[in-house]
Design a protein around this ligand. Structure first.
Ligand code: ATP
Ligand code: MG
Length: 779
């Protein structure tokens, strides 16, 4: 045993070692990318077990993705063997589901509660807004659901929110009303949305001291990875679980604790993170959690790690140069012993397609020249939509790849429909999903009938599903509709009986698709898309079958839980013997991972950094941290590229180089191709059109300082031919754009034929448009 423990310390540097053996007060490890934070967590757990300071069941480790959880469990299992299974290693959400499934009763939830994903939540909010008679233009359900999510991440419940809303703000008042009704509907549906998982668990621990004590007695060690991305709710959750409670833990003075055994000592808390990698501010994550850890836990020990073990010096220097530009950060002194390594390769493509072609050719070339396997390569982009061009080219080049982005498959309509069936079967009260499939496939039931049933359910205070079963009592339901509803209710009842009788999720799925006529409708269609839909459903069947194989006792509820919790990174390809496949993913998904070869694509102002962030210093800082995450994933080779013209939503945009490219010192870079077809473009723009200074000169390999961009640079064009009638606009004017819809002019630059307007298109962001080429109409 002792020798085991000693062996765990070998190969760690002194700071890492100190973190692994630390005992007692809360421990904070803050350190830059690739410095071994995750490795330290894993080794610390193994060390606790090897030295018998903890039993596996006493350990709760929180990671950011299910993939990371699986990896950590694997690593610990390799170190300590099967006892590792008694540990809880999971994401925040999975841990909360686990707790809630056990403790559901005290909360008045049924253990079969559903978990709503983002699309379900939006659907429910849309229903709620419609019922409240809110104009969707002035009160967009999407905006409401975002706000509700923010509120939950701040642990603000509907009552607290309503209490804080003054009487004179109709928007906030309506939001408060919608939030209340939304929460009510969720409860009626025996469902929780994603943010509820955390907030409800916090509420549970705070309202039921006995429950909290149970978990505090159980988890003597709480360890959290990627701590910089915890939001307030998660922060409080950790505090509640670890029992390092301060004022937040208020039991009203008459709890069991007063009479019961002495309060449990706080658990040992270990958190690791990197303020420079905080990239979830939009989800309510706050680096305050890490910056003020020491203030919140006055007796905490802090350990810094400064050696990077992942990347070469060139890669690290580039990443450091980019992040150094962020204001208000603690400077770090990250170094590596790995040597300079190859230079970073830069490439300027004419178009997004040409950029993709470069990536594919380079992957091919690396395979031939350096034995790089597809599985060694990752290609990053800022937003999901950018994967399409890459996919097309990789397919044509015959390079095996996988797109990581969990939503993709599960967001497909047919997959959502099929899962809605399963959800409706597993949870009869799940109104959103029951209503989703009520007329899918088309059964000839009108909206009016649905509304009549919904009204009845409301009046009788029963769930929508229960109202379906009692359809005969629903007044105002036409005979024909009654027949349809009765048959639908019977279908669901039969499928429920089947699931209860021990059928596997795959069998229930097949039956649902078959008996509902869903599959038959797709098969009968001559739309080629429907053929793809059938394939996707076959894929879903395969997922369900695979689930049963791995977990023969798992029932429908277990399967749905798995599906609901699939995070983006869960679909990371396995490194199989054949050399694996190239991984395509957004930068957000890449957090915590590493690859020998990394392509960071789309480095344009307006793409990365995202257009939305350009006007907001705080958002720009977050984009910069995102860039830091992207660059630091690379171990040996790093490629950075951009396209001079990128097509988004069918509209080509001419975009200038990302400002992050400017920050990378020239001596680290080898520009393979810096000249783009900007020249050709320039022709059609007339003099003073495209700013040539934004393009690095490739001939010399280096560049002089970039000249200031001309007015049109970075502007977006909508059509290739100039319009004769440039609209005359003023700041504040309302306009419509053929592609972006309604917008408001926020700024004007230049005049006459080179006038550029900055227009805010709401959710589509703020665009800079060269008016002469833009389909903009003044309203
Ligand atoms: P990130 O901030 O990106 O999450 P991290 O700080 O968690 O990074 P790890 O992923 O733990 O870093 O480690 C980065 C790489 O360095 C891994 O491949 C890890 O195995 C390796 N590594 C860490 N510490 C050492 C060490 N002392 N000796 C050798 N390799 C190490
Ligand atoms: Mg890590």
């Amino acid at each position: 045993r002792g020798r085991d423990a000693e062996a765990l310390l070998e190969g760690l540097n002194p700071h890492q070692r100190a973190a692994v053996v630390h005992s007692g007060p809360p421990l904070l490890i803050i350190a830059g990318a690739g410095s071994g934070k995750t490795r330290v967590l894993t080794h610390r757990i193994a060390y606790l077990l090897a030295t018998r300071r903890a039993r596996p069941g006493e350990i709760l480790a929180i990671t950011f993705t299910n993939k990371a959880a699986a990896e950590m469990r694997e690593r610990v299992e390799a170190l300590v063997g099967p006892p590792a299974r008694a540990m809880w290693v999971s994401t925040f959400h999975s841990a909360c589901v686990r707790i809630l499934r056990r403790e559901h009763a005290v909360l008045g939830l049924r253990s079969s509660f559903s978990i709503y994903d983002a699309a379900d939540s939006l659907r429910l909010m849309t229903l709620v807004c419609r019922e409240l008679g809110l104009d969707p233009k002035r009160y967009p359900p999407k905006a409401f659901i975002h706000r509700v999510s923010d509120l939950k991440n701040e642990l603000v419940d509907p009552d607290a929110f309503a209490a804080g809303v003054g009487g004179s703000n109709p928007y906030e008042e309506n939001l408060a009303e919608a939030y209340r009704m939304y929460a009510q509907r969720l409860r009626q549906a025996n469902a929780l949305d994603f943010d509820d998982l955390i907030m409800t668990t916090v509420n549970l621990l705070q309202a039921f001291p006995a429950v909290a004590e149970h978990y505090r007695r159980r988890f003597r060690h709480v360890l959290v990875d990627e701590y910089q991305d915890t939001n307030h709710a998660q922060y409080v959750l950790v505090r509640e679980l670890a029992g390092v409670a301060t004022q937040a833990y208020d039991d009203g003075g008459d709890s069991d604790l007063d009479r019961g055994p002495a309060p449990v000592l706080p658990a040992e808390l270990t958190v690791v993170g990197d303020a420079d990698q905080s990239i979830y501010a939009f989800r309510g994550a706050t680096i305050r959690n890490i910056l003020e850890f020491e203030a919140d836990y006055p007796d905490a020990t802090t350990i810094l790690l400064e050696q990077n073990y992942r990347s070469t010096q060139n890669i690290l220097s580039a990443a450091n140069a980019v992040i150094a530009r962020n204001p208000d950060r603690k400077a770090k002194n990250l170094w590596t012993a790995a040597g300079a390594g190859p230079k970073i390769i830069g490439y300027v493509a004419d178009s997004d397609h040409e950029e993709a072609r470069f990536v594919a050719e380079e992957i091919d070339r690396l395979g031939d020249a350096s034995g790089v396997r597809p599985g060694d390569v990752a290609v990053f982009y800022r937003t999901n939509a950018q994967s399409r061009a890459l996919e097309e080219v990789l397919i044509r080049a015959g390079i095996p790849y996988k797109v990581v982005g969990g939503t993709r498959f599960y967001e497909r309509r047919e997959v959502k429909d099929a899962i809605a069936y399963l959800r409706a079967i597993a949870n009869p009260d799940d109104a959103v999903n029951v209503r989703r499939i009520l007329n899918v496939p088309k059964r000839g039931l009108g909206e009016r009938s649905e509304a009549v049933i919904a009204a009845y359910a409301e009046r009788e205070r029963i769930s929508f599903g229960a109202a379906l079963e009692a359809a005969a009592d629903v007044p105002g339901l036409a005979t024909r509709a009654l027949g349809i509803v009765t048959e639908f209710a019977r279908l669901l009842a039969d499928l429920r009986a089947m699931a209860a009788g021990g059928a596997t999720p795959a069998e229930v799925l097949d039956s649902a698709l078959d008996r509902s006529g869903y599959l038959a409708e797709l098969r009968a269609s001559d739309d080629p898309q429907d053929a793809t839909r059938v394939e996707n459903l076959a894929e879903l069947h395969a997922v369900a079958a695979e689930f049963s194989e791995a977990d023969p006792d798992g029932d429908l509820g277990d399967f749905l839980e798995r599906v609901a919790l699939v995070a983006d990174t869960d679909q990371l390809p396995d490194d199989d013997a054949s050399g694996g496949v190239v991984t395509l993913m957004t930068v957000h998904t890449a957090k915590g991972l590493e690859f020998p070869v990394v392509f960071v694509t789309g480095l344009e102002d307006g793409t990365f950094p995202h257009a939305r962030s350009l006007a907001d210093p705080a958002e720009l800082s977050e984009e910069r941290r995102l860039a830091y995450v992207a660059l630091t994933r690379a171990r040996e080779r790093l490629y950075i590229s951009r396209a001079a013209v990128r097509t988004a939503f069918g509209v080509p945009h001419e975009l200038p180089a990302s400002r992050f490219l400017d920050d990378i010192p020239d001596e680290l870079l080898d520009w393979r191709r810096a000249e783009s077809s900007m020249q050709q473009l320039r022709g059609s723009w007339g003099s003073g059109g495209v700013g040539s200074g934004r393009v690095r000169s490739g001939a010399t390999g280096g560049t002089g300082p970039r000249t200031a961009p001309s007015q049109a640079t970075g502007a977006t064009f909508g059509s290739a031919t100039p319009r004769a009638d440039v609209p005359s606009l003023d700041v504040g004017d309302r306009v419509t754009h053929d592609a972006y819809g309604l917008g408001t002019v926020v700024a004007l630059e230049g005049a006459g034929s080179s006038q550029v307007a900055k227009i805010d298109f709401g959710t589509d962001g703020v665009k800079r448009l060269l008016l002469r080429y833009s389909p903009v109409t003044k309203l």
